[in-house]
Design a protein around this ligand. Structure first.
Ligand code: FDA
Length: 310
């Protein structure tokens, strides 16, 4: 409950324009702990650094909801550029995309623009032997994201497109089961948005218990799971679960965020687990950064100290 109140307080305060402009102007040096620079080149350099430690990468051009088709197309163009830049460096591109940033909910030529742009991005990723994960955003977008995911898996195959389920949502297990026929590659997360109690569990212990349930159910169904968490207890439980059920290390991977628990990422990779870091980059870092601060009270002090230092 305290976690929920803390998250609500941070996300409410960070939504205020004055706070946003203050943090945008003074907070970049602090944000760099979580964000790998502003350009595709700096993000691709981070891929190389992680690879040296045996860690795979998931590139994410930062961006949230955009209101105009022009902006959505421009953003999609930048993701296509990222795929080309990665390929030019000999990297099979693995990227994450928020459908709201490429036009989801805007109709152009009778089609949802998010779906049209997702087709362009996944088509190119597939051509390069890569993979696109459709990030999950706040709850009003879940239905459409899952519907579009189903269409895209049908067109490109589950080995080139995946999506995310959030264990704080009551509906998550029903959604997981409803996708089973696609043999989907799913990233399981706890959930990072400010959600009402009518849709999301307010008690952290329930979110954690549901997290385990989702991971175990998806593994038991024989589907590929991205165990995306920094929660060491859950990670240890998953390690025990796969051992007890004879599930191979190829059936899942651990995923963590850039700048968080690099020690643990390295340790797991050294133990022979597949580990992937989510590497966000780009100029639109504020909303992503606010969600990272909202996850952990100690991060507020880290930000304040960093901003005071200038
Ligand atoms: P929890 O919050 O319980 O934290 C466990 C421990 O991890 C903490 O005690 C602390 O040590 C460490 N930790 C966690 N967050 C930290 C932080 N910000 N700074 C420092 N330490 C921290 N969400 C979403 O809604 N949609 C999405 O598409 C995604 N995608 C995604 C991809 C990947 C690869 C990851 C790892 C996470 C996401 N998330 C997400 C975010 C997710 O929902 C969740 O908010 C964070 O992962 C934090 O939750 P944990 O599972 O780490 O557990």
């Amino acid at each position: 409950m305290i976690d929920q109140l803390y998250r609500k307080a941070v996300l409410t305060v960070s939504g205020q324009k004055q706070i946003e402009s203050l943090v945008r102007s003074r907070g970049w040096s602090v944000a760099q702990r979580f964000v790998a620079g502003e350009s595709a080149q700096t993000a691709i350099a981070a891929v190389g650094e992680l690879a040296a430690d045996g860690i795979l990468s998931n590139l994410d051009l930062l961006g949230e909801f955009v209101a105009s088709p022009e902006k959505a197309n421009e953003f999609a163009g930048q993701v296509l550029h990222l795929l080309d830049a990665a390929r030019a460096e000999g990297i099979k591109p693995y990227v994450s995309v928020k459908l709201s940033s490429i036009g989801q909910g805007q109709t152009v030529d009778g089609q949802d623009l998010g779906l049209t742009n997702a087709r362009r991005i996944i088509g190119k990723a597939k051509e390069y032997g890569g993979f696109v994960c459709l990030d999950m955003e706040d709850h009003p977008r879940v239905d459409q994201t899952l519907e579009q995911f189903r269409v895209l898996v049908g067109e490109f195959g589950a080995q080139h497109v995946g999506t995310v389920l959030q264990s704080y949502l009551y509906r998550a297990e029903a959604d997981r089961a409803s996708l089973d026929d696609l043999r989907p590659n799913l990233r399981i997360v706890k959930g990072a948005y400010l959600e009402p109690e009518s849709v999301a569990m307010p008690v952290k212990a329930d979110v954690d218990a549901n997290y385990r349930k989702l991971v175990y159910a998806h593994l038991k169904a024989g589907n590929y799971v991205n165990v995306a968490t920094h929660d060491e207890t859950i990670i240890a439980d998953v390690q025990h679960f796969v051992l007890a059920h004879g599930i191979s290390k190829d059936a899942f991977e651990f995923q963590m965020l850039y700048g968080i628990r690099r020690d643990l990422q390295k340790e797991l990779a050294a133990q022979g687990y597949r580990v992937r870091a989510y590497i966000p980059y780009g100029r639109d870092w504020y909303a992503y950064f606010s969600r990272r601060i909202a996850e952990r009270p100690a991060n507020v002090m880290f930000v304040l100290r960093g901003m005071l230092k200038g």
